[in-house]
Design a protein around this ligand. Structure first.
Ligand code: GDP
Ligand code: MG
Length: 405
């Protein structure tokens, strides 16, 4: 057989009939990965991109990614983080999953070369990467080893590029497997359809705040990854659920998380609609995100008729040295909006559970009568829609002073 023929047969085998579904997934996966950039810190030139895929990434993009990635590495601490890190690139609407790599090199001043691999994806897709981060740890560790090996052998960048291509393919394979694991075989729909039913009370909580304040991280921390997820692409939100026992009742929170900011702008009425509670999140290290809290609050108020219970979350309180918003300021704003606030950390988990316990308290107080009335009522949910719980209560605000300004 001529080698051409062998190749053709191989291609047919690979894309044979049974592989059609897989091929379709492959196309979807391709869009998830926006690029992979390997950068090194050069003593004189600073951070420079060494290899990247796809090969047509613009200079501007790869320089920016290298710069930001390596700066963050150099900035925070002396130690190279072992695990993967998420780095947001807000101006590009992208996020990166980053592995830092230290290469030994006797000729260098510090005897090491700091380098990094950044896997870029659309920030709207971030939940996929957050949720499955464990699945990526090993493969990133492997590529790190290979890079160290190649660097020690002073291999050409062509070799590095080949490794990077392989790495890209492996990531894509993992994404396909994960997706197939989530989607029942034979079903067309991805993202998957909503779960059919549940009992008890269902509360819709909207989680709002500027990009990158930690909304998705907070939700993931609370739900501990063990949640059902529905993605509604038309409004760009991720729904996740968590069921808890509260005073003998089963309560289910449905958490609405904005995935990517721009989509949200157009669809926010839909996003807010029917919300029972709001979590207003800002980043203690980003004063503008704090300054925007009243705007988020007003925006929700304008779009929703009834009073929505809510809390302010002052997130990233683990970043003690970078903190830029003081306690007095937060307390003042919380007073003005008549909301309670919590300092949280999605990283350490500080106060995350407390936030949800407190919002359960508030909702319970507010809807006490209604809750007992509909105690055993079965709530059925159709795809993407949360039924009205009929709790449009005209009940007076609870004894705690709750102005309706
Ligand atoms: P979102 O855009 O509001 O959903 O923000 P993300 O949850 O995607 O978080 C943005 C970035 O901040 C990511 O790099 C997270 O790892 C990081 N992050 C989120 N919460 C915390 C936190 O409590 N502490 C620290 N140190 N980083 C956080
Ligand atoms: Mg998010």
């Amino acid at each position: 057989m001529a080698s051409d023929e062998i190749k053709r047969n191989h291609v047919l085998l690979f894309f044979g009939k049974n592989d059609l579904g897989r091929k379709r997934f492959k196309m979807i996966e391709k869009e998830l990965i926006k690029g992979i950039i390997y950068s090194q810190f050069d003593d004189k030139a600073g951070p420079i991109p060494i290899v990247w895929v796809p090969s047509n990434i613009s200079d501007e993009l790869k320089n920016l990614i290298s710069l930001k990635t390596i700066n963050i590495l150099a900035g925070d601490s002396e130690e190279i983080p072992e695990s993967l890190a998420f780095i947001p690139f807000p101006s590009l609407n992208l996020k990166g999953l980053v592995k830092f790599i230290e290469i030994q090199d006797e000729t260098r001043r510090g005897r090491t070369i700091d380098s990094s691999i950044t896997l870029l994806f659309d920030e709207a897709d971030d939940l996929i990467f957050y949720k499955y981060i464990k699945n990526f740890e090993t493969i990133f560790a492997d590529i790190a080893k290979k890079i160290i090996n190649l660097a020690e052998k002073k291999a050409s960048s062509k070799k590095l590029f080949e490794e990077m291509k392989k790495f890209e393919n492996e990531i894509r394979e993992i994404l396909i497997e994960l997706r197939e694991g989530e989607v029942p075989k034979g079903k067309e729909a991805f993202p998957k359809a909503a779960e059919p039913e549940s009992t008890g009370y269902r509360y819709k909580l909207i989680v709002v705040g500027d990009p990158h304040v930690g909304k998705t991280s907070t939700i993931l921390r609370y739900t501990d990854n063990a949640f059902r997820r529905t993605y509604i692409p038309t409004i760009g939100v991720n729904l996740s659920e968590k069921q808890i026992k509260y005073k003998e009742n089963e309560i289910k929170f449905v958490l609405w998380d904005i995935a990517g900011q721009s989509k949200f702008q157009k669809m926010r009425n839909y996003f807010y609609k029917g919300a029972d509670g709001q979590l207003l999140v800002f980043d203690l290290t980003a004063p503008e995100s704090f300054a925007n809290i009243p705007n988020w609050y007003k925006d929700i108020k304008l779009n929703l008729k009834g009073k929505v219970e809510g809390l302010i979350l002052a997130n990233k309180n683990d970043l003690v040295n970078q903190r830029k918003v003081g306690n007095a300021e937060i307390a003042k704003l919380a007073g003005e909006l008549n909301l309670e606030y919590f300092e949280t950390s999605a990283l350490t988990g500080d106060n995350i559970n407390k936030v949800f316990e407190r919002i359960a308290d508030l909702l319970y107080q507010k809807g006490k009568i209604k809750v007992s009335e509909q105690k055993l009522k079965k709530v059925t949910r159709k795809s993407g829609k949360i039924p009205n719980k009929g709790k449009k209560s005209s009940k007076k605000p609870s004894k705690k002073k709750r102005k309706s300004n």
